[in-house]
Design a protein around this ligand. Structure first.
Ligand code: FEO
Ligand code: CA
Ligand code: CA
Ligand code: CA
Length: 609
């Protein structure tokens, strides 16, 4: 509905221009602290970063590579480590745990001489592989707002790295299944590490969800050598191929010729408790296995938990999970099972603006032995195939799917899909060769601010189509709600929506991944979702060249906005030895470094107000 209660008239910042250079850009009257960079110590005693002497053991004590999702988890100064229940009630905006994904490594930007070594022999050293594996995963770092800006606290008992060596449990319907068993883990219930950690989500009981997205590239080998044709098809579908990166040469579990089931232990959502530094993360197999962008929660007292997620690949699906039991704000132990008992659904977007959630349950409809499914484990391991059989709508690469807490509608970021042909467009994916991406609005039944996210049906509409609203080529022409083209400034348009966040006033903040193809940096654009200014973006932040911006995250008071600048100086023939620039340090002794920024208004008022 068009209730003008959120967002309107409160995005008063001075818009920045589309640009492309070696700097990051903010509106006048805003500042950014460079809070955490690749290689920065996060454990007391680790010295200054020296990329020339970096070891895997050193990397385990330092901030990892290619920061992506960020969760700010407030700290209650009265509570101790392990008391997640109390910490999760805190609304602190000045002290908390910054929980940051490290999606993937780029060795040509991390190591001197790597390109020569790689192209000459493909015989990359075991030590480089071990450093890469220690640079992936996640970091938990206590941070504090001080008189000198935001700072990490290296002595904190919470600080921790999660890497490809961290032991994790596998829970849910696929746990223990024969397709998850390996020689190192005949139980199929214990796995080391996580990779491809893109976006994620938070729970109101104080845990963090992190996604395993592009895991296929970590595995090498030829799926056609696997006898079971459905398993070969499964491995192909995630891009596992003989020419993938060389981790399997040194760590044989990443070689499917040695461990054909290891890939089935990746591609899940991972949950961990940042408030308990001794806790073991767990992979939640009832959220399905695919290239997860993330899962974000809608949590209402005495109602089921609803979580939304996207599968970031061409022609893949939007998913929703509904817990079996209801959320009880005071019942921590009870709530810990909400993400392990429930039902996953895939979305069908119908031509008339309605939609339906299709349950992914073994034995129902086509999800039977006739189609190769033995049990619910198979449905979850091959959930993309199951969703396609149910008739879910193949989408233009769903990235973040997140609910605006003010109007209670859910927004789907569809980044692009150049593989969509003219004869397979539909109302929800209306462009052939979609290079610009778009955003859909899902409106569950019910009133403004109080909608039923667990219902089987919904309404949907196109919130915006990325691109310049004045473009001559209709295939690239943007459309922003009901705004006239003249209402969008020359710098207000964008393409390739990826991550999204909502500020406390209900404004949408979209992070992009791909705008350099259109001549300007990736960055952040903010807009109202209701009222006169609905879907009218204003440009707030710009990345240094080569980077995308990920993980926008507000503190509860809206006064700090954390962003993760990922893969700065990536592109062309940029390498460690000859980088396109050296953001953020601009020091000839240091390479470009993916970094988290803490952005705030210099007068202390909420960001965007
Ligand atoms: Fe890792 Fe979907 O971007
Ligand atoms: Ca990315
Ligand atoms: Ca992403
Ligand atoms: Ca992306």
């Amino acid at each position: 509905g068009n209730d003008p209660r959120d967002g309107e008239e409160n995005l008063g910042f001075a818009e920045i221009p589309h640009a492309l250079d070696d700097q990051h850009h903010l509106p006048a009257d805003y500042s950014a602290d460079v809070l955490l960079r690749w290689g920065d110590p996060i454990i007391a005693g680790a010295g200054p970063f020296d990329p020339a002497t970096l070891t895997a053991a050193e990397q385990e004590r330092r901030f990892g590579y290619n920061n992506d999702f960020i969760a700010f988890m407030p700290l209650d100064s009265e509570a101790a480590p392990g008391e997640g229940e109390r910490h999760s009630q805190s609304r602190s905006s000045e002290r908390g745990l910054l929980c940051v994904n490290h999606e993937y490594t780029q060795p040509h930007l991390m190591f001197s001489g790597y390109n020569d070594e790689y192209s000459a022999t493909r015989g990359v050293s075991a030590s480089h592989v071990a450093i890469e594996q220690a640079a992936c995963g996640h970091a938990i770092v206590e941070v504090e707002k001080t008189a000198n800006g935001w700072q990490p606290i290296l002595e904190s008992p919470y600080n921790r790295r999660i890497t490809l060596n961290t032991a994790m449990d596998i829970v849910g319907p696929a746990a223990g299944d024969r397709r998850l068993q390996t020689s190192a883990d005949p139980s199929g219930q214990r796995v080391f590490g996580t990779v491809g950690n893109c976006a994620g989500g938070k729970t109101p009981w104080g845990t963090v969800l992190i996604a395993e997205e592009g895991f296929g590239g970590a595995f090498q080998g030829d799926p056609d050598n696997i006898a079971d044709p459905l398993e070969a098809k499964n491995h192909h579908a995630f891009g596992i191929a003989p020419d993938n990166r060389n981790w399997g040469d040194h760590d044989h579990r990443f070689d499917i010729g040695v461990e054909p089931n290891e890939p089935n232990r990746f591609g899940w959502m991972v949950e961990f408790d940042p408030y308990d530094p001794t806790s073991r993360p767990r992979k939640l197999t009832n959220l399905g296995r695919f290239e997860h962008e993330g899962f974000t929660l809608v949590s209402k007292p005495d109602q089921p938990i609803v979580a939304y997620g996207g599968a970031d690949d061409e022609h893949q699906f939007v998913y929703r999970y509904v817990s079996k039991n209801t959320y009880r704000p005071e019942a921590y132990a009870h709530n810990r099972d909400l993400l392990t008992e429930g039902t996953l659904f895939a979305a069908r977007f119908d031509e008339d603006g309605s939609g339906r959630w299709l349950p992914l349950v073994f034995g129902e409809g086509p999800l039977t032995g006739d189609n190769g499914f033995r049990n619910q484990a198979d449905v979850m391991i091959d959930v993309r195939r199951a969703a396609a059989l149910l008739g879910a709508t193949p989408m233009d690469r769903p990235e973040d799917v997140e609910t605006n807490p003010v109007n209670d509608c859910t927004y789907v970021m569809l980044t692009k899909n150049k593989k969509r042909k003219a004869d397979d467009i539909d109302a929800a994916n209306p462009r052939a060769r979609n290079s610009m991406g778009h955003v859909l609005e899902i409106v569950p039944p019910g009133k403004y601010g109080a909608r039923d996210h667990a219902a089987d049906t919904f309404k949907w509409n196109t919130f915006l189509l990325g691109g310049n609203p004045n473009a001559e080529n209709p295939a690239e022409r943007g459309a922003y709600g009901q705004q006239s083209p003249g209402a969008i400034s020359a710098h207000g348009w964008f393409a390739n929506p990826d991550n999204v966040a909502f500020d406390p006033a209900g404004n949408m903040w979209v992070a992009t991944d791909g705008c350099e193809s259109f001549g300007f940096h990736d960055g952040l654009w903010a807009m109202a979702t209701e009222g006169e200014m609905r879907a009218a973006p204003r440009h707030f932040f710009g990345c240094p060249q080569g980077a995308e911006v990920c993980g926008p995250e507000f503190t509860p008071d809206g006064k700090t906005l954390f962003v993760a600048v990922q893969h700065p100086a990536d592109g062309g023939d940029s390498t460690f030895d000859k980088p396109m620039h050296r953001w953020p340090d601009n020091d000839p002794a240091l390479p470009p470094r993916p970094s988290v920024l803490a952005i705030y208004r210099e007068d202390g008022k909420p960001v965007g107000s």
